[in-house]
Design a protein. Structure first.
Length: 257
């Protein structure tokens, strides 16, 4: 146990050894250090992160008092003309009415002529909601057809007409651009008659293939019969796809041969 704790005896351990300190490499210094310092000193504002240089310190005499933050009314002005009385709407005791003014107009004849020549007043149209109910004005009830009798009722607004014309013009320009593009690419548009005849021919071919498919035997027990059945099914599927495409699109273009 003692030998295990002690270091093994050796002649090299008799002489004292000098401790070798590791040599540190030279410290790295960037070649751009002066320019970086210059940029930082130029762009950094004074007191940027520590607040302003000097802050006004409040005086201890200006402490917060009671009701100091409530709004204060302006000081009341003294009335200079306190002895002056306000203007009265009733005449004074010393005022005298204007006397001696007379009118030569005959009010009796004037009223009689106005009553004879005047038009009778038309009664205001009203409606009643029930037999012994209240009366209401008929004009504001919505029962009078006022809006349908307007001269511009049912007339298409000008902005709608203008927008429709712009849409038609844009559609024509778009179609003209497509035709020009297709002409450049040597494309030909099928007429309605050609499209109809093509559709009828595809349907006729589908009927012939379907008739052949119906004529197959019930039991497909050989490889040629199976291949023939798959061929007919593929032809019918392709013809159905072509018929659906032609019926869906009214305008069809084909490449010129």
């Amino acid at each position: 146990r003692m030998a295990a704790q002690c270091a093994p005896e050796s002649i090299y351990n008799l002489l004292p050894r000098l401790e070798e300190k590791p040599v540190k490499p030279p410290r790295y210094i960037s070649t751009f250090r002066p320019s970086v310092k210059c940029e930082v000193a130029k762009n950094k504002a004074q007191w940027k992160t520590m607040g302003p240089a000097k802050v006004a310190v409040p005086s201890p005499k200006n402490f917060l008092q009671k009701h100091s933050k409530e709004p204060k009314l302006p000081a009341r002005k003294k009335e200079q003309d306190s002895k002056k009385l306000p203007a009265l709407s009733v005449p004074r005791r010393t005022d005298h009415p204007v006397m001696g003014i007379q009118s030569k107009k005959n009010f009796i004849n004037t009223n009689a002529v106005a009553a004879i020549t005047g038009l009778p007043k038309k009664p205001q149209p009203i409606y009643v909601d029930r037999r012994q109910g209240d009366k209401y004005l008929l004009e504001t009830s919505g029962l009078v057809p006022k809006y349908i009798k307007k001269p511009d009722y049912g007339v298409t607004p000008k902005y709608v007409t203008r927008r429709n014309e712009e849409m038609k013009r844009a559609q024509k320009e778009y179609e003209a651009g497509i035709l020009e593009h297709l002409k450049k690419r040597a494309m030909k548009r099928l007429s309605d008659e050609e499209r109809r005849s093509l559709l009828q021919g595809l349907k006729k071919n589908w009927e012939e293939v379907y008739r052949e498919f119906q004529g197959l035997s019930v039991e497909i027990d050989t490889v040629p019969k199976k291949l023939y059945k798959e061929k007919l099914e593929a032809q019918m599927k392709q013809l159905e796809h072509d018929i659906e495409v032609i019926e869906k699109h009214k305008v069809i273009y084909i490449a010129n041969e």
